[in-house]
Design a protein around this ligand. Structure first.
Ligand code: ZN
Length: 412
């Protein structure tokens, strides 16, 4: 019987055969004695998070693995980003990703990032809390020139366009509704009013006058994109699966955002950077501590660099980073004995393509009660021979719950 679950998602882990690696994938070419030992005790298979032939984003793929159909629960990147900066969303909020940028008086964009300004706290504060037509705007600083913008009030829709033309030198775009609903029309109108009002406030700020005098780009405008709504019917992860405490251990903002969006506790780990220098030992040790000592039922552990290295096309780097993961994953041997370990990826990021692909990724389930198979190696092709066969991401949580003896009985 297992009572605890650790789900490790190694981003973009899957790959294709690389001639220079002896016609192996970086995972197959890597020396991974510890991962292989876990695979040996596991039931193994392969997975396409969104289905065969579907090329997933990291955000949609994670949502699907956690059992949230992205067609319903993913309306845009905004809400996940603002959740990632620690903003507590309420159902019905519409959220955007924002950049503080520089525009001239005709609203031509001079610089999309206000000269890569490093801190926008003061600027965000100046326009935080504005109310227009019964809608309250929250503006929260994020990393460097970035910010989250949240609209709260009745009758909002996320089905509106960006004001960000995504190119320097363009003009700020008017936000328009993407459908004929009153909600989309109203939301677009209010956003356009907010753009005017926030520009009026920002351009006259003392800190901007100073930047002007010092020859720096002013942060006088917020470029908005990725509108999404925090759905009314989104149940928290704990409620949906009847867990008492769940946690997210991640270095990357997007993944903390996904954890937070689903109501998991976000655990900050020293040295967790989402970059190749990330402190994997600290992350694995934190996971063990959360499960063994802090009463967590479910921990989601995210490891990012395999994806970014794959996007650079660096197959040697990817192989070596996988070996680095293998080195520290033995820390999971310290987990309580009644813990289920699941290891998989959200998608493949083949070095050949330097982007996500729909190639299936390996997935293994290791713990008491799991019917283990003959696979003794953690790899794309070895796991394809496992007893689990091919699954889609939506089956991951049902399989976990069933191993736990928690799944709902259909029929009598
Ligand atoms: Zn990913």
């Amino acid at each position: 019987m297992v009572n605890k679950v650790v789900l490790t998602i190694i981003d973009g882990l899957g790959d294709r055969l690389i001639k220079e690696l002896g016609d192996k994938t970086p995972l197959e070419a890597a020396k991974t004695p510890n991962l292989d030992k876990i695979a040996e005790k596991s039931q193994c298979g392969i997975m396409c998070a969104l289905g065969r032939g579907v090329r997933p984003g990291s955000d949609t793929s994670h949502l699907q693995i956690f059992g949230y159909d992205p067609n319903i629960y993913y309306t845009g990147r905004g809400p996940i980003e603002v959740a990632g900066i620690g903003f507590k969303l309420e159902h019905g909020d519409v959220a955007f990703r924002g950049n503080f940028g520089t525009i001239d008086e005709d609203w031509n964009i001079i610089d999309r990032r206000a000269g890569r300004i490093t801190d926008v706290t003061e600027f965000a504060k100046a326009i935080d809390g504005i109310e227009i037509d019964g809608i309250k705007f929250f503006v929260k600083p994020a990393t460097a020139y970035r910010a989250g913008v949240i609209m709260r009030g009745k009758g909002l829709s996320a089905n509106i366009t960006d004001n960000d033309p995504h190119v320097a030198g363009g003009k700020v775009l008017e936000v328009v509704p993407k459908d004929n609903t009153e909600e989309a029309k109203f939301t677009a109108e209010v956003v356009n009013k907010f753009m005017k009002k926030s520009y009026e406030i920002l351009k006259d700020l003392e800190i901007n006058k100073k930047r002007r005098v010092n020859g720096k780009f002013e942060a006088n405008f917020v470029l908005l994109r990725g509108a999404g709504i925090y759905p009314n019917n989104l149940e928290s992860f704990n409620t949906k699966y009847n867990y008492t405490k769940s946690a997210c251990v991640a270095g990357g903002g997007l993944y903390k955002g996904i954890g937070s969006y689903l109501g998991m506790d976000i655990i900050e780990v020293e040295g967790a950077t989402a970059l190749p220098n990330t402190n994997l030992e600290n992350k694995f040790n934190t996971v063990v501590d959360l499960i063994n000592n802090k009463n967590y039922d479910f921990v989601f552990l995210h490891i990012k660099p395999t994806d970014s290295i794959g996007e650079d096309g660096d197959y040697i780097g990817k192989r070596d980073f996988i070996e680095k993961i293998d080195n520290s994953i033995s820390i999971l041997n310290n987990l309580r004995e009644d813990t289920l370990i699941v290891i998989t990826a959200d998608h493949s990021t083949p070095c050949e393509l330097k982007q996500h692909s729909a190639d299936p990724v390996p997935i293994i389930f290791c713990g008491n009660g799991v019917r283990k198979d003959d696979v003794a190696e953690f790899g794309e092709r070895s796991c394809a021979k496992g007893q689990l066969g091919f699954i889609e991401g939506k089956y991951v949580m049902p399989i976990i719950l069933d191993i736990q003896g928690k799944s709902k009985l259909i029929g009598a």
